[in-house]
Design a protein around this ligand. Structure first.
Ligand code: 6LW
Length: 546
């Protein structure tokens, strides 16, 4: 079977890896998209595109500490479900810090930033969105479920969606929240987004919860305040019990093209294995919306989103860049890098050796809330990541290396550790409360290439010394990092770390980092190393620290 041409077709997901709860808006012929970021700093990745298919990272909406406090955020706490809208010359993003002060709004004239500091909105729930009309800013969110769980009514509220009016520059409520719609009857009505088409206001929700029963539902009304009637055609999108590589599809936002066509972005996951599991988090999908003569929208065949489908009728832009090499030459880290809860000190990062990334752990281990770790998303099941590490751990117990991390207590770390007079190559598997450390080898050298190769089932780690000695781990089962096992709303990050719980570590210098997908193996699951450019010991030999 031949694949459709990329000139006429696109493949879902359009943004792979942990990019959930997408929200999109258009200004002229350019689209902007934001996603959730949870406990990672900076917060709310933002992308731009001219064709809805290729998305270029613009950075993050929340990139300063004055905008983002994640100090109290549990794993998968922090920043939930942003909405982006453009109104009167300004971009607005609203989202919730579920571990902080709740809903906030930030604005910017340039979506690449700077974005304002947040103003806070006194309304409960999650998944806020803005709808502008006639000088009013409608502010919808879900209604906070009872703390005992979503099955218990929140006293005084009906379960569902509420809406207020807000001053988007101050966050002040101009009209108290009113009950809007309960959805179509499934659990967790949330993610409200309001649109107008012709005489009707359409309210799009997520229902069913963000697992395999997820769906996008829709109601309409002749007033933005309801009452909303549900579509007689069922969920706008759902893959419940549908045989598709894309599952758990839901949480959508709609956008119009300059020609008046409507398209939808939503999240979905790509499970693997007989007992399905996914590692890559919830990814961003794209699909066209059709309007029926009765004024209701539909998506695909009964709400089904295809993996491959015709492109939107828009001029195609260059394919999304998947970062391969980062030489750490800039003073700022590139947009794909994120920290856990708070940024590491920039002086520490680049100060001691320009052109290298320098990490120093200040009395932290990897399971601490603020680990010395910087990572980027794993966006493919089959990939290879490598780094060059120069590190001479002087103190007993200190360690640096490369890690794959789902959350605070589900990760694998592979690196160099000082133990007494010996430098060991160690593999650490942290799976909940289990913490297994295996010594893979010993080395005298301080200049090493560390590599992790992933496929659908496993990660294999290796360290290559300057002299060409290779220490390779046994395959590590990646299922233990899968969402179905580890829980949470995020996906795996691959990154660099230093761990030293008992004090200030020796600096670890990383010369570069390489991430390379192996798309030819994406569904087969086998990694073909021959198609990858693999750096060997010659490269180490040819480079010296500056
Ligand atoms: C988000 C909710 C959801 O707030 O998951 O899939 C939650 N939908 O709308 C976290 O991403």
């Amino acid at each position: 079977m031949t694949s459709p041409s990329p000139a006429t077709a696109f493949t879902n997901p359009v943004i792979s890896g942990f990019h959930p709860d997408p929200s999109v808006c258009r200004v002229g012929d350019r689209f902007y998209l934001v996603v959730s970021s949870f406990e990672y700093f900076p917060g709310i990745p933002i992308f731009t595109s001219t064709d809805l298919v290729s998305w270029l990272p613009l950075g993050h909406v929340l990139d300063r500490r004055s905008q983002l406090d994640l100090s109290g955020a549990a794993a998968s706490g922090g920043i939930y479900a942003p909405t982006i809208r453009y109104h009167d010359g300004l971009f607005f993003v609203t989202a919730t810090n579920v571990s902080g002060r709740g809903h906030f709004i930030v604005h910017a004239s340039d979506p690449a930033g700077p974005w304002s500091d947040p103003v806070w909105v006194d309304q409960n729930g999650i998944d806020p969105s803005l709808y502008f009309e006639d000088g009013l800013a409608y502010f919808a969110s879900n209604i906070e479920p009872h703390p005992a769980g979503p099955h218990v009514e929140n006293p005084g509220f009906e379960r569902g969606i509420q809406q207020s009016l807000v001053d988007p520059m101050t966050g002040r409520l101009l009209a108290e929240p009113r009950f809007l719609w309960g959805g179509t009857g499934a659990r967790y009505p949330e993610a409200p987004h309001l649109y107008r088409r012709g005489d009707f206001y359409y309210l799009v929700l997520a229902e069913g919860g963000t697992e395999y029963g997820h769906m996008v539902t829709i109601g309409r009304s002749t007033s933005p305040w309801g009452p909303f009637e549900a579509s007689p055609h069922g969920p706008l999108v759902s893959h419940r019990s549908v045989a598709s590589p894309l599952q758990a599809v839901g949480h959508a936002d709609l956008v119009t093209l300059p020609n008046g066509d409507w398209w939808l972005v939503c999240l979905g996951v790509r499970p693997v294995g007989q007992w399905p599991r996914h590692l890559l988090g919830r990814e961003t999908l794209l699909a066209p919306v059709q309007w029926r003569e009765d004024g209701w929208p539909t998506v695909g065949d009964g709400g089904k989103i295809e993996v491959e489908q015709p492109r939107p009728p828009l001029p195609a832009s260059a394919p999304s860049p998947i970062t391969t090499r980062d030489d750490f030459d800039g003073l700022r880290l590139r947009a794909e890098w994120e920290f856990v809860r708070q940024p590491l000190d920039a002086e520490v990062l680049h100060g001691t050796r320009p052109g290298w990334l320098t990490l120093v752990a200040e009395a932290v281990g990897l399971v601490d809330p603020f680990p010395c770790f910087v990572g980027r998303r794993q966006q493919h099941y089959s990939f290879e990541a490598q780094t060059r590490l120069e590190y001479s751990p002087a103190l007993d117990g200190e360690e640096a290396g490369i890690a794959v991390r789902m959350n605070d207590n589900h990760f694998f770390a592979f690196g160099v550790r000082r133990r007494g007079p010996v430098k060991e190559i160690v593999l650490r598997q942290v799976i909940g409360r289990l913490d297994l450390c295996t010594v893979v080898g010993e080395t005298d050298e301080s200049d090493l290439m560390l590599r992790v190769v992933g496929d659908v089932d496993s990660y294999v780690f290796s360290a290559t010394t300057r002299l060409g000695t290779v220490h390779t781990s046994d395959p590590v089962e990646s299922r233990f990092l899968a969402t179905e096992f580890a829980g949470g709303f995020t996906g795996v990050l691959i990154g660099l770390y230093v761990a030293f719980p008992s004090g200030r570590s020796t600096p670890a210098h990383f010369d570069w980092f390489d991430y390379r997908p192996n798309p030819s193996a994406e569904d087969g699951g086998s990694v073909q190393l021959s198609v990858l450019e693999v750096a060997g010991p010659e490269e180490l030999a040819g480079k010296t620290a500056t």
